[in-house]
Each structure stands twice: as structure tokens, then as C-alpha cells.
Design a protein around this ligand. Structure first.
Ligand SMILES: [Zn+2]
Length: 307
């Protein structure tokens, strides 16, 4: 969810939705310059968080970071290292549980060619940040050009960092699906989980981004859909949520929302139903969420007409 000075950096919305874990954008996702934080809002954030939100809150890093760029684009690389360090500092300030981000591109040269660039970048960002907040690497959608499309990439990187315990992994279901892990069926899920087991181990997995995908399996594009409205579908998503190694992970939604304004009550309810925590039929929950969205649209239209 978006975090601004006016909503106490997202904590108001976390409370309104009645959720116990979340992800915020600690700074503007398409700007290099980090946000300035206001001491009073930081205080409110920390106080509400400590008293009312039991689970983890993560920050998502900016979209511009590319740690594979040392040789190909040194300017972007320097900016990336500093942006990552700034992101970690923000997490330390708000006492968040980790910075989730994408590693960037290998320029079609394969992981080996950019491995040193990535490892040096991660090490320098850590030093500059002067904190031990977990860095959480997220798998990417896309072709073989992305770093971390395949989960074994992460094992290689962590190995180079001597198994640094401050690095963990986020599984994004839409990205994995678009990369080619067919999570719509049990064999695809099995392929993914056995690859994680044999390369990384499940102890490294910190969190799950549960998103459906508008793009078909292997389509290589990053397009999130509301739960059940994409190609993974209810049964694929339920398989993920109930998998013995994944079911206890903190789960974050990055869905467009039934009224197009981001993760909403409808998607949260559907997720809970698919996980077996709510008795309702997800199809009925989706229908209700759409009705609510239509009602809100009509109401804001008539408000506009009156004013
Ligand atoms: Zn994600």
C-alpha cells in the first residue's frame, strides 16, 4: 500500500483493513531521491504498529534498482547501491521487517556475467546502510534476462555472500507464473517447491506475494490480476496457500483491487477463503466485492454531478 505523510505511512490503512501484516512503499517507487520522514508521523507509525499489528511489515524498494549494471551502466549502478542503502535506512527508522526488491537485469549475459556486480552491490549497500535490516530478494517475471527469475539464482548469490543470514527471499506467484512455473496446477507448484528445497531451503523464504496473473504461464510479463481473475485461478492459489512449506508464510497482496485502487477487502477475503480461514465461496466473495465497487463508483459519480 502507498505510504504518505498524511496516512502515517500506511499504518492507518493497515488498521482499517484489519490485517496483520503488510507491505508499504517506504519511498516513491519511481524516484531515486528518498522520501524525507517526519518525526511525528514516524512516532505514530511505530506506536500503532507496536500496539496493534502483530505480524511483519515490509517495505518494497524502488523499481529503478539494477545491481547487474556495474559494467553496462555504472551510473545506474551507483544510484542503485545508494537507493538500496537508503531503503534499508528507512526500514530501520520505521522498524520494518525487511526491504523487498528486484535485483535487475543481466543484459542477456546470464547470471555468471553479473554475479560479481550483484554481490559487490549488495555488500556495499549493506555497509552504507549501517544496519542489519533483512534484504529480501524477490523473484522477477520476465525472460532469461532478469536476475532472479529462477530461484536457483538466489542460491548462487547467497553462496557468494557466505550464506549471509540477513538475506532472504520473497516468492511472488504472478512473477513465478510468468517466468514459467505453472502454478495453476500441482505439478508446477511441485516443480517450484522442489527447486527451492534443493537449492535454497525453505528457511530462506521470508514471505509470499500472492497475486494472480493476467499473463499466461511463461508469458514473461509482470501483470498482476485480482485473485481468481487471472490464469493461476482459485485452485492454483489455494494449492499455494495450503502447501505445507508455504502456508505459514506472511502473505502480501499486490492485486489491482476490484475498484482498481489496489489491494482491497475483496481480495483479502478471497485469500482467507482459499486458505481455509473463511467458510465463504470465493466466487460469491468476488461477486460481492464487484457489487461494492460498482456502488462506490455510482456514488462518487453522483457526488461529482451534484457538486
Ligand atoms: Zn511482488
Amino acid at each position: 500500500m502507498s505510504a504518505t505523510k498524511d496516512n502515517h505511512y500506511g499504518i492507518d490503512e493497515v488498521q482499517r483493513l484489519g490485517i496483520n501484516c503488510a507491505q508499504i512503499f517506504g519511498t516513491n517507487k519511481i524516484q531515486w531521491k528518498p522520501r524525507e520522514y517526519h518525526p511525528l508521523q514516524v512516532q505514530t507509525f511505530r506506536a500503532v504498529r507496536e500496539s496493534a499489528i502483530p505480524g511483519p511489515i515490509y517495505s518494497h524498494g524502488i523499481y529503478l534498482i539494477n545491481l547487474g549494471a556495474r559494467d553496462e551502466n555504472p551510473e545506474i549502478y551507483e544510484k542503485s547501491v545508494h537507493a538500496l542503502a537508503a531503503g534499508l535506512k528507512i526500514c530501520a527508522l520505521l522498524r520494518l521487517d525487511g526491504l523487498i526488491f528486484h535485483l535487475g537485469s543481466n543484459y542477456g549475459l546470464g547470471l555468471k556475467a553479473v554475479l560479481e556486480s550483484v554481490v559487490v552491490g549488495l555488500t556495499r549497500a549493506r555497509e552504507l546502510s549501517e544496519c542489519d535490516v533483512p534484504l529480501i530478494l524477490e523473484n522477477s517475471a520476465g525472460s532469461e534476462r532478469v536476475i532472479g527469475g529462477r530461484f536457483s539464482d538466489f542460491a548462487t548469490i547467497i553462496n557468494e555472500l557466505n550464506g549471509d543470514s540477513r538475506i532472504s527471499i520473497c516468492i511472488d506467484t504472478a512473477h513465478a507464473f510468468a517466468f514459467g512455473y505453472d502454478l495453476a496446477n500441482t505439478q508446477g507448484l511441485e516443480q517450484l517447491t522442489s527447486e527451492i528445497e534443493s537449492t535454497l531451503g525453505f528457511d530462506r523464504i521470508a514471505t509470499l506475494h500472492l497475486n494472480d496473473s493476467k499473463i499466461e504461464c511463461g508469458g514473461a510479463l509482470d501483470r498482476h490480476a485480482n485473485l481468481g481473475e487471472g490464469h493461476i485461478g482459485y485452485s492454483g492459489l489455494a494449492g499455494i496457500l495450503n502447501h505445507p512449506h508455504l502456508k505459514s508464510l506472511p502473505t502480501v497482496l499486490e492485486t489491482p483491487g476490484f475498484d482498481g485502487r489496489g489491494p482491497d477487502r475483496g481480495n483479502i477475503e478471497i485469500m482467507r477463503a482459499l486458505a481455509g480461514c473463511l467458510d465463504d465461496d470465493p466466487k460469491i466473495l468476488a461477486r460481492r466485492a464487484k457489487q461494492r465497487a460498482r456502488y462506490r463508483k455510482r456514488r462518487s459519480k453522483s457526488k461529482k454531478q451534484r457538486s
